[in-house]
Design a protein around this ligand. Structure first.
Ligand SMILES: [Zn+2]
Length: 194
């Protein structure tokens, strides 16, 4: 009986390793730019396979809601004015809903009137990757999480200054981490020196 359990455990470990080994090995020192280049070169629509963090659809399904999975892993689009963040005003950092990498700062969010959260720039140069998207008989630029390949939305060149860009992002791809509201005097830390 014990031997059987051991064999099953070893087999599972082997399957896991063989499934993930190559992806992990490849991603060792991949920079965001290289990832983007690889994504462009591949042109397969499966950016997640070239992103540093790679998980199977089955694993993502366990971590995400049905809509989050559809948008981020199947390149879906939530209906305008239905997402949780299109009208969000709180200050904070918008992270990738899949891998929690910080992607956008609320300071760059603007009212676009589109019904999707819109930003004029990502939080830094490497957080998001872009890729040409020729679906729906349009040429658009898809925006992806550099770390896990999640589909976020698209970027257009009709945004406000200073960048002139409009990152049109699905709420379902994002997880807002609100900034703590600064309190004038904290009860626990506001003890007098003497
Ligand atoms: Zn991600």
């Amino acid at each position: 009986m014990r031997t059987l359990i051991l064999i099953i455990a070893l087999t599972s470990a082997f399957l896991l390793y063989s499934g993930y080994g190559p992806a992990l090995a490849e991603s060792g020192s991949v920079t965001s730019q290289e990832t983007e280049a690889a994504t462009r070169a591949a042109g397969s629509g499966h950016a997640e396979s070239t992103a540093p963090l790679s998980r199977s659809d089955e694993q993502w399904r366990k971590l995400l809601t049905e809509q989050q999975f559809h948008v981020t892993r199947e390149k879906g689009t939530e209906r305008a004015f239905t997402g949780v963040y299109w009208n969000e005003k709180r200050s904070g950092i918008y992270a990738c809903v899949c891998c929690k990498t910080p992607l956008f700062d609320s300071g760059t969010k603007f009212k676009s009137g589109t019904g999707w959260p819109s930003f004029w720039q990502p939080i830094n140069q490497t957080a998001v990757a872009s890729k040409s998207d020729g679906s729906l008989m349009m040429t658009r630029t898809e925006v992806l999480c550099s770390n896990c390949g999640a589909h976020l939305g698209h970027v257009f060149d009709d945004g406000p200054q200073p960048t002139g860009l409009r990152y049109c992002i699905n709420s379902a791809s994002l997880d807002l981490q609100p900034r703590a509201i600064p309190e004038a005097a904290s009860e626990s830390e506001g003890k007098p020196e003497k």
